[in-house]
Design a binder for this molecule. Structure first.
Ligand SMILES: Nc1nc2c(ncn2[C@@H]2O[C@H](COP(=O)(O)OP(=O)(O)OP(=O)(O)O)[C@@H](O)[C@H]2O)c(=O)[nH]1
Ligand SMILES: [Mg+2]
Length: 483
């Protein structure tokens, strides 16, 4: 939005995706919708069109300059304010040809409509009180969803799940404030409209809800699209082989020589509707970690480190035959000559690095890989897999999905809403906390009331009861034209 939009204007834009399609849609909204459309549209039933008071479909035609036969058009008309935008609205459904739709729009512009700005239809819905800001953001979330999980989340927010909870908290705080302020008027008589204990209990309840939302809003998972799952472990742990097994292809190079993967590789997969980028990294290589050496190993280390930093989940791979690749598996007679010392050392390094990962606050799922090579002495792991036989692979996928789904409660916040609301949520929680402390310390009612009023202001910004042009601009400028 370049300038403050005028609600008195009638706006028009292409509402269907650009490019050829069976059907194309032009959307018109504003006080003069019917009269503007009437100037270009020839309805089959003129009196039905002119007198319609209820939403209806009106078949007819539009004359387009330089096009010899009239264009067949169905106009869906919402003649009153009972529409998405809260204003009379029409949708012209016709053949989805780019040049025809452009010519149709040109005709509407020539007859009094103006081109809609980005998100202006949804902005009108917000300004008319049809939806709140969180729902407006959810419209964008639905448009931008790249997987089923994001779509479910956006639809939940659009359906008003979160809005209802925020509105309920707002109402509740307003009631406490009213009780407190009523008490202020009777301060001489020493009448208490709300008992302190009750007030503290209610404020604590509100705080709990805000903390929950704040936690969701600050979780790394909220503000991003696809989830990053990084395969990590010592060289030769079977990471690349597992990646290939998981994506059913041969994306990564596999070799018996340790240190094969020198770059990182990202493969998109979708598990139970979750969009995941699976990332194969170079195995942890002690020489590569030596900063004094300029080597491919070191470059691989840095790339891997970068991927770990951004991971939502690390799949730590500990091979069942750990240490086995260092000295070989058997002598000419088939006897196991694995060096116990080497094995123990590898086990210790593996455990230390895994703990380092977990200690850095990363979510880690511990896998025993190459289960088919197990001699029964594998370390404890969350799940045991073999890329060679396929054992445990489905179980592992289910564990990954359930790790992510445990973050996905009903009231989850869309990333865009979370990013916008973090400060307001924090502000509201801080004010409520001060209100709680003031109540506990038996401070005067007027002090508690000030903090409650402050909390209400912050909460009002979340839903959009309180907003500035700047907030609207930031939200709606991300929309495409026609939405
Ligand atoms: N028997 C068996 N061998 C496996 C399995 N997974 C991997 N391997 C073998 O283990 C060796 C190393 O596998 P990779 O997938 O290249 O190991 P990596 O962890 O990617 O190794 P780097 O890229 O060097 O860090 C290869 O010879 C694989 O064939 C498995 O499930 N069973
Ligand atoms: Mg590899």
């Amino acid at each position: 939005m370049d300038s403050p939009p005028l609600l008195d204007d009638t706006i028009a834009a292409l509402a269907s995706a650009p490019g050829p399609a069976v059907r194309g849609i032009v959307r018109v909204s504003g006080p003069s919708t019917r009269s503007v459309v009437s100037l270009v549209f020839v309805p089959d039933d003129r009196s039905g069109w002119e007198t319609a008071r209820l939403p209806w479909r009106h078949p007819g035609t539009v004359e387009i300059p330089d096009v010899h036969c009239p264009l067949p058009v169905d106009v869906f008309l919402w003649p009153t304010g009972r529409s998405y935008t809260g204003q009379p609205t029409a949708e012209l459904h016709t053949i989805g040809s780019g040049p025809l739709l452009e010519a149709l729009l040109e005709r509407l512009f020539a007859h009094g409509a103006r081109p809609a700005q980005r998100g202006e239809f949804t902005l009108r819905a917000f300004l008319a009180g049809r939806i709140d800001l969180m729902q407006a953001e959810a419209v964008l979330g639905v448009i931008d969803a790249t997987d089923q999980q994001q779509l479910r989340l956006a639809l939940g927010q659009l359906g008003g799940g979160l809005s209802h909870r925020i509105a309920a908290l707002h109402e509740e705080l307003l009631l406490h404030l009213a009780d407190l302020e009523a008490g202020l008027d009777f301060v001489e008589e020493d009448i208490e409209f709300i008992a302190r204990e009750e007030l503290i209990r209610r404020i604590t309840g509100g705080l709990g809800f805000l903390d929950e939302l704040l936690e969701q809003a600050t979780s790394r998972l909220q503000s991003r699209g696809r989830l990053k799952v990084v395969l990590a472990g010592l060289p030769n742990a079977g990471k690349s082989t597992l990646l290939n097994a998981l994506c059913g292809g041969e994306a990564a190079i596999v070799s018996a020589a340790s240190g094969t993967t020198r770059d990182y590789l990202s493969v998109p997969v979708e598990w139970s509707g979750l969009g995941i980028d699976l990332i194969d990294t170079a195995g942890w290589d002690k020489a590569g970690a030596d900063k004094s050496r300029l080597s491919i190993g070191r470059a691989a280390d840095e790339l891997r480190h970068d991927q770990w930093q951004r991971a939502d989940l690390i799949l730590w791979c500990s091979p069942a035959d750990i240490g086995g690749d260092v000295v070989g598996h058997g002598d000419v007679n088939g006897n196991d000559i694995r060096d116990e010392g080497m094995r123990n050392k590898a086990v210790a390094i593996d455990a230390r690095l895994r703990e380092e990962c977990a200690g850095s606050g990363k979510s880690v799922l511990h896998l025993t890989t190459k289960a088919d090579l197990s001699d029964g002495r594998s370390q404890r792991a969350d799940v045991v897999v073999s890329a060679a036989t396929g054992a445990g692979i489905d179980e592992m996928k289910a564990m990954v999905v359930s790790r992510f789904e445990s973050f996905a409660g009903d009231g989850r916040i869309l990333g865009t809403t979370a990013a916008r609301c973090r400060d307001s949520l924090r502000g509201a929680a801080d004010s409520l906390e001060r209100a709680r402390v003031a109540s506990i310390e038996r401070a005067g009612d007027e002090l508690v009331a000030i903090e409650l009023r402050d909390a209400l202001d912050h909460i009002g910004q979340i839903a959009g009861r309180v907003y500035t042009d700047d907030i609207l601009d930031r939200i709606f400028s991300r929309f495409c034209i026609g939405k």
